[in-house]
Structures are given as C-alpha cells and as structure tokens.
Design a protein around this ligand. Structure first.
Ligand code: MG
Length: 255
C-alpha cells in the first residue's frame, strides 16, 4: 500500500516538474520572440503633431486662397500686380489680365484647391468652355476645364496633365458646382543641367483618383513634345484663359 502511494506521489512530482519546465520553456520562448520583435521597432523620429480639423486646412498648411492675406500672396505672372477679383474668400479670373503666380516658391507639395466654372456655357465647346489651369513650378499644368458633357481631346480635359496624361475617369460635377483637386506633387530632380528624376503627380478630382503617381514628361506645351530644362523651386501659377473661373480654399503643405 505504502509502495503504491509512493509510486503515485512520484508520478505526481514528475508531472509537476514537467509542467513547470514546459511553462519555463514557453516563457523563455515568449521572451525571445518579444526581443526578436523589438529589433524591427523604430522609435525615432517621432512624427510631428499636425491637427487636421474637418473641412479646414491642416495646421501646418500654407493657405494661399481663403484668408485676409490672399491678395498679398499673389502677383501677376508677367506683371507686378495681381488683378483678379477677390471677394468672400473666392478668387476669380479677370479675363485678359494674365496668369497669376504665388510670391512664394515651392518644390514638393501636397495641394488642395477648389474651383468652379460658370453655369452659363452658352455655345462654348471643348477647350473654350471655361478653361483655366494650375501650373506646378510654373511649368507643369493640371488642366482646369468644364468637362461636364463637353467633348475635347481627353489629354486636355479637366484633371489631365495637359497634353500628356489622360485622367483615369471623368469625375466632373456640373458647372456652377464647386470641384476640388487634392494633389501630391513631386518635383523633378536635376543634377546641374541634367535631369536625374522626372516629376511625379497624383491627382484626386472630387475625391476620385484620376492620376495615380504619373510621370511628368516635361514642361507643358500646347504645340510639340514636352521636355525638361533644369530649374529650382518655383511659384504655383493659375491660368487666365479668358474665362471667369473661380477658386477658393487653396492650401499647400511643403513636403
Ligand atoms: Mg488650361
């Protein structure tokens, strides 16, 4: 009887021993796994905090249209003064006064802009129907045009990289409604006079991706092929194509 009990007791001790050992092994393995995982954790740099309230520019954005300062931030592309009409936060092309550009120069940016073309299209067709444009570095145009039921060459419709890249879809709202572009622009890189990397652009039109990290082929040309000529950071430019196109809530974040 005593021998039997001793045997059972021994078995129990063995089981306890094995259990303890295996939980120690498991703990060790868990500890090792944690150490392994820590090797791929990167703790620096800690991203800066940017507040991004709904329907407002992010806290680190430069507001270019929409505040009391707006008029002071722009000038004529070829003349000293900006003559477009600014009222109630809306900047409207004054036909015939020429393109306007920001006084500040930019390279890589995230950009938001809202724009509106007039309801009255009368007999305007194609490229003549309320045309404008947004030029990055004064050279590379994202087309602004009333492309709502308006046939034209697709590499010249709204949200095209003018005469280069057709938008993936036509996300145009009816004339008279505000449209918006959200754009990520990466400037071309030059080493002295030589192109090292072309520019790239991603465009969302009314929240829809229409240009997905597209390569910019060179300076926008109306006639002929685009090409690159070395340059540095440069202003953003808005086009006076002779039509009453309005802009509001334009901001950029330098990247
Ligand atoms: Mg244009």
């Amino acid at each position: 009887m005593l021998k039997k009990m001793n045997n059972s007791f021994k078995k129990l001790l063995i089981i306890i021993g094995l259990t303890t050992l295996s939980s120690q092994v498991m703990a060790q393995t868990e500890q090792e796994r944690r150490l392994q995982a820590e090797k791929s954790e990167v703790w620096e740099p800690v991203p800066e905090i940017v507040s991004a309230p709904a329907n407002k520019p992010p806290s680190d954005a430069i507001v270019l249209i929409g505040n009391n300062n707006t008029v002071k931030l722009w000038e004529g592309a070829k003349k000293p003064a900006m003559q477009w009409h600014y009222q109630n936060g809306e900047l409207t092309v004054k036909a015939g006064t020429g393109d306007i550009k920001t006084k500040q120069k930019f390279c890589d940016v995230q950009l938001h802009i809202e724009w509106k073309t007039p309801v009255d299209v009368s007999d305007m067709q194609g490229q003549q129907r309320n045309n404008s444009g947004l030029f990055f570095q004064q050279r590379y145009e994202v087309q602004i045009l009333d492309s709502f039921n308006n046939k034209t060459y697709p590499n010249g419709q709204a949200a095209s990289i003018y005469k280069q890249t057709i938008p993936l879809v036509n996300a145009m709202r009816a004339p008279g409604q505000w449209q918006h572009y959200d754009i990520i622009y990466r400037a071309p890189r030059f080493k002295e006079q030589t192109l090292e990397q072309p520019g790239y652009i991603t465009v969302m039109h009314n929240g829809v991706v229409v240009q997905n990290h597209v390569e910019i082929q060179g300076t926008t040309e109306w006639i002929g092929a685009p090409s690159y000529k070395a340059h540095g950071c440069a202003p953003l430019q808005l086009q006076d194509h002779g039509n009453k196109v309005s802009f509001r809530n334009m901001w950029v974040r330098e990247l």
